[in-house]
Design a protein around this ligand. Structure first.
Ligand code: FE2
Length: 321
């Protein structure tokens, strides 16, 4: 049976230290796992995602800074609190630890009460974050459930997310930037939950009132995601993915660079995927036909022309589509 205890990983090459920490934490009913070098500890953390890591600095193979930086750069482990334990008291070493993403420090010889207080405090923050994370999962599940109802849009959000993240990579955004745009791509049409299925699946031209109903979906999506602070950077991408570069889009008529970059990227990926998928009112276009339409539309004012050019190059260079 899986344990409900919070799991703490201790990575240190000093056996005496590890045994001491293990004894303190096990007595407080934590589930303690130990690793005696950086490489083994890193592999374990990436595989098992513990709730907290206590990390020594000076170790053979991988030192604590390297382990810390790798955990903080990985989406699966980035929010695991890391306490660096070191004999070093030099301010430079603390700065190096902070730069690697460490959340807190403890200095050897360890004070039991200080250790327990820091562990408790970081674990409290971690469990708050876990709750937030599951709220985000619920919204992601809702987005997929919405798509599953409609055979014509099944897989659309995931494909848009992949294309948008690939374009973000092609223009040199960081991995974190690419991940955020991927998430926004998955969620971009979540607001369609608020649009009637009759209108969504209509296979003829929309009446004016139906168009108003559909075009409200970016704002509805932003409202749905609003309570989640962890999505705050993504909400503008959702809200503005139907803006036009020339200012003629919805909901706010933003133009040019005032449209968030992620929204400009998703807008291109969204249109391309819509063209190359079968819809109630037409069959899927071939990739070459869709690319030709994108080229024709460059001067038409709908999109950021530099991004479209990059997107077309990306599609031609690899099989991202
Ligand atoms: Fe949309």
């Amino acid at each position: 049976m899986p344990s409900n205890k919070q799991k703490i990983l201790v990575i240190d090459d000093n056996v005496t230290n590890v045994e001491l920490i293990d004894a303190y934490l096990s007595a407080a009913d934590y589930d303690v796992v130990t690793a005696y070098n950086g490489k083994i500890g890193l592999d374990f953390a990436l595989r098992e995602a513990p709730d907290l890591v206590l990390l020594d600095i000076m170790m053979p193979e991988l030192d604590g800074y390297q382990v810390c930086a790798q955990l903080k750069n990985n989406e699966k482990t980035q929010f695991i609190p890391i306490i660096i334990i070191t004999a070093l008291t030099d301010i430079e070493d603390k700065i190096k630890g902070l730069n690697a993403g460490a959340d807190d420090f403890l200095t050897k010889p360890l004070n039991k009460h200080e250790l327990m207080a820091r562990v408790r405090s970081l674990l409290r923050i971690k469990s708050l974050h876990d709750d937030l994370d599951s709220s985000e999962d619920i919204i992601l599940t809702l987005a997929l459930a919405l798509e599953a109802k409609d055979p014509y849009t099944k897989g659309h959000s995931e494909r848009v997310a992949r294309l948008a993240a690939n374009l973000a990579k092609a223009i040199g955004l960081t991995e974190r930037g690419q991940d955020r745009i991927h998430k926004a791509g998955v969620l971009h049409d979540i607001g369609k939950i608020g649009v009637s299925l009759k209108v969504l699946s209509k296979n003829s031209e929309l009446k004016p009132d139906e168009y108003i109903e559909v075009i409200a979906h970016p704002s509805i999506g932003a409202t749905i995601c609003q309570p989640l602070k962890s999505l705050s950077d993504i909400i503008p991408m959702i809200k503005h993915h139907h803006e036009r570069f020339d200012g003629d889009g919805k909901p706010d008529g933003l133009s040019g660079d005032s449209i968030p970059l992620g929204a400009r990227i998703i807008s291109i990926a969204d249109t391309y995927d819509a063209m190359t998928s079968t819809r109630p009112y037409r069959t899927a276009m071939k990739k070459e036909v869709a690319i030709n339409i994108l080229k024709q539309e460059i001067d038409n004012g709908q999109w950021d022309s530099e991004l479209v050019a990059k997107f077309i190059t990306m599609l031609s260079e690899n099989n991202a589509a």
